[in-house]
Write a protein that binds this ligand. Structure first.
Ligand SMILES: NC(=O)c1ccc[n+]([C@@H]2O[C@H](COP(=O)([O-])OP(=O)(O)OC[C@H]3O[C@@H](n4cnc5c(N)ncnc54)[C@H](OP(=O)(O)O)[C@@H]3O)[C@@H](O)[C@H]2O)c1
Length: 194
């Protein structure tokens, strides 16, 4: 039976390449993207390369969008084998925000809404479909910038990456990943981070 993989933020960057490499393994990939034109273009590009790829409208910061996407996947495919929570934002560099005084509550909440609440809601809403897989897999795309060890070790190349919102959001994502992996231990679903 064909495996189905959903990758969030798959219209470009690491998400698109992840989709391509999964598709190379004869997996049907679902290109999650918040802007339809970009998502459709990415799906068409993979189709032109000979892969099975469909676009799914998905804004991971929007609970209604996530619920709608889960319903769409249920209706079209009836299950999900692989969920890659790739979509993420790191706006502090572009906005020049490197201190607590500069960090607005709105920006902090925007980062957490995408990088933490997004994967949290995705995992919760897609869990029923992953349970229908013979071997469900969740992969949360984190960052070494989220590692408490790297953030605290002056020898680490990430020691100087001090973007409090992004770093702490990935630290929280790591903790969520560990918690869900433990909750699902002994089931057919494995939860990891990349
Ligand atoms: N690049 C690195 O060096 C690096 C290192 C470590 C970890 N990471 C992580 O890897 C992941 C991908 O990074 P990247 O470098 O490929 O970034 P990127 O090129 O900026 O791509 C990010 C993707 O996430 C999407 N996205 C952002 N907010 C979204 C939302 N609310 N709903 C749906 N999609 C959303 C973007 O969509 P739009 O095109 O619509 O904006 C885009 O498709 C991120 O989680 C990042 O933190 C990256």
């Amino acid at each position: 039976m064909t495996k189905i993989a959903l990758i969030t933020g798959a219209n470009k960057g690491i998400g698109l390449e992840t989709a391509r490499q999964l598709a190379q393994q004869s997996i049907q990939v679902l290109i999650g993207a918040r802007h339809a034109a970009n998502g459709q273009a990415a799906a068409q590009a993979l189709q032109a390369e000979g892969y099975k790829a469909d676009f799914i409208a998905l804004d991971v910061s929007n609970e209604a969008s996530i619920k709608q996407a889960a319903q769409t996947v249920a209706d079209r495919y009836g299950k999900l084998d692989i969920l890659v929570n790739n979509a993420g934002i790191h706006p502090e560099f572009a906005q020049g925000v490197f201190s607590l005084e500069q960090m607005s509550s709105e920006l902090m909440m925007q980062i957490y809404q995408t990088n933490v609440f997004g994967p949290f809601m995705m995992m919760r809403e897609f869990l029923p479909l992953l349970r229908k897989s013979e071997a469900g897999r969740i992969v949360n795309t984190s960052s070494s910038a989220g590692s408490l060890t790297d953030q605290s070790n002056p020898e680490s190349p990430y020691y100087g990456v001090n973007t409090a919102g992004y770093n702490s959001s990935k630290t929280t994502l790591n903790a969520l990943t560990v918690q869900l992996a433990k909750q699902l231990a002994g089931t057919n679903i494995k939860v990891n981070r990349a």
